[in-house]
Design a protein around this ligand. Structure first.
Ligand code: FES
Ligand code: FES
Length: 156
């Protein structure tokens, strides 16, 4: 099913020309009217209300905005909504639920791998991609692979 939506354009920077983006998010197809300078993270949070994807910086450094696009983790603040045209995007809301956590969410919970939780969605999305591409990865590999995700409240 395709959900058509004409929502107010996101507010990143100067208002651009509106454009239509067709994107599948968490298995749901959407046709969205957005400004051409809309970021993917803005589309997710402001147009679709998927606020589990966080914005923790304006320098593309923190990784709080990490989602999967066509099976790879990306920082959604560094991707234009236009670049997601035709893509399959998965956010933290799409990998599990409170009743059925994703194994990575269970692992974070079991290992107390969070404090305030702000960075956690991005950490989990990055970690899923990292582990799926590196079976048997060791601790050093995990640390290196998550360098793009910053925890600001020392929940490391
Ligand atoms: Fe995207 Fe910080 S909000 S890297
Ligand atoms: Fe608080 Fe990481 S758990 S910012």
């Amino acid at each position: 099913m395709i959900a058509a939506q004409t929502a107010p354009a996101a507010t990143h920077g100067e208002m651009g020309t509106n454009m239509q983006v067709e994107v599948t998010v968490n298995g749901q197809a959407h046709v969205l009217e957005v400004a051409d300078n809309t970021l993917l993270v803005e589309l997710l949070r402001e147009n679709l209300g998927l606020t589990g994807t966080h914005v923790g910086c304006d320098t593309s450094q923190c990784g709080a905005c990490t989602v999967h696009m066509d099976g790879r983790s990306v920082k959604a603040c560094t991707v234009l909504a236009a670049q997601a045209q035709g893509a399959e995007v998965v956010t933290i809301e799409g990998i599990g639920s409170a009743d059925a956590l994703h194994p990575m969410q269970e692992a974070f919970r079991d290992c107390h791998a969070l404090q305030c939780g702000f960075c956690t969605p991005g950490m989990i999305m990055s970690a899923i991609d990292l582990v799926s591409r590196n079976p048997g990865i060791d601790n050093a590999g995990v640390r290196a692979g998550l360098e793009g995700n910053i925890c600001r409240c020392t929940g490391y």
